[in-house]
Design a protein around this ligand. Sequence first.
Ligand code: NAP
Length: 333
Amino acid sequence: MAMAMACLNPLALSPRQAYGGRAAPRRCCSVVVPTSSARAAAGRCRWRLAAVAEEPQAVRQQEQQQRTEGSGEAGAEAAADASSKLVLVVGGTGGVGQLVVASLLSRNIKTRLLLRDPAKAVTLFGEQDESVFQAYKADTRNAAELDPEIFEGVTHVICTTGTTAFPSKRWDGDNTPERVDWDGTRNLVSAMPRTIKRLVLVSSIGVTKYNELPWSIMNLFGVLKYKKMAEDFVQNSGIPFTIIRPGRLTDGPYTSYDLNTLLQATAGERRAVVMGEGDKLVGEASRLVVAEACIQALDIEFTEGQIYEINSVKGEGPGSDPEKWKELFRAVQ
Ligand SMILES: NC(=O)c1ccc[n+]([C@@H]2O[C@H](COP(=O)([O-])OP(=O)(O)OC[C@H]3O[C@@H](n4cnc5c(N)ncnc54)[C@H](OP(=O)(O)O)[C@@H]3O)[C@@H](O)[C@H]2O)c1
C-alpha cells in the first residue's frame, strides 16, 4: 500500500519523473520544491515555487498598469489591507486568472493557487516567496481532491475556471462545461469553509437567456446553462459572493481556443468600463478589466450578494483606482 501511494504521490517523484518522463524545463527543474505533509501522501500536495523564470507578460502588463494608474492614498490603504488577505485563485493559469494572480502578487497580497498542474504555476509566475504564494494541486471536478487544507487561512476566493463553449482539445478527459462550470464550481463552493469573506465568481453575460438567439448558439453544449446553475448554487450557498458576468473576452493572455484567440484581439482604446445589473449588455470585456473587477470587488462591501455584467468600451479606464471602481459598482446599484 505504501509503495502504491509513493508511486501516485508527485512528491515522491524526481524532477524528470514529475514532468512525465521528459526532462523538466531547465528553468524549473531544480526549483519546484515540494513540501512534504501528511496529506501529500494521499496525493495532494503543496508546491513551493522558487523558479527563476522569465517574468511573464501578465505580470509585466499589470505592473505597468499599476505604475501608470495607481492612486497614492488608495494605494497605501490597499497595501495596509494586503497583508490581512489570503486569496485563493481557482483557474489561475487561465486568461483572466493569470491576470488576477499577477495583479494580486504585484499588490503583495498573499495568493494561493488551486490548479491541475502545479508546474504551470512555476512557468507562469516564476520565482515567488512561499510566504506569499503557494500552489495546491486539485481538479475541481473531483470533490475528493478539494481537501480542507487547501482552504486553511484563506479569506477570499476568486474563481475564474472555465473551458471552451464548443468541443475542443480542452475538453479532453471529460473537461466539458457541465463538468467544469457546474460540477467543478458546485464542488468548490461545497468544500469552502463558511468563514470565507467573499467569493468572486466569473460567469458570463447571456446566462439568463440561453434559450434565446443568439445565446442559444453559444449554449449548444450547455455552457451558459451550466454557468447559470453554478451562479444559482453560489447564491444559495450562504457564502458572501459577487458574480461578474463579462462580455466576450478580449486581450491576452490568449488561452481560449476561440475567435478572440485567433484574432489576438486587444481592448486597444477600449479601457473604459460599462457595468450593468442583470443580463442586458452585449459586447466585449477586456480580460484586464475583468481581473481588476474581481480584485476590487473583494474590498467593496456593497458588492456582496450582487451580480454585475461588465463590458469594455472606448475611453479612459479606472485602472486600479479603488475610488473609480467604487463609483462604477455604485452606479449600477
Ligand atoms: N471566452 C469568452 O469570451 C468568455 C466570455 C464570458 C465569460 N467567460 C468566462 O470567463 C472565465 C475566464 O475565461 P478565460 O478565457 O480567461 O479562462 P481560460 O483561459 O479558459 O481558463 C480557464 C481556467 O480554468 C481552469 N480549469 C479548467 N478546468 C479545470 C478543472 N477541471 N479543475 C481546475 N481548474 C480547471 C484552467 O486550468 P488548466 O490550466 O488546468 O486548464 C484555467 O486556469 C471563464 O469562466 C469563462 O468561461 C469567457
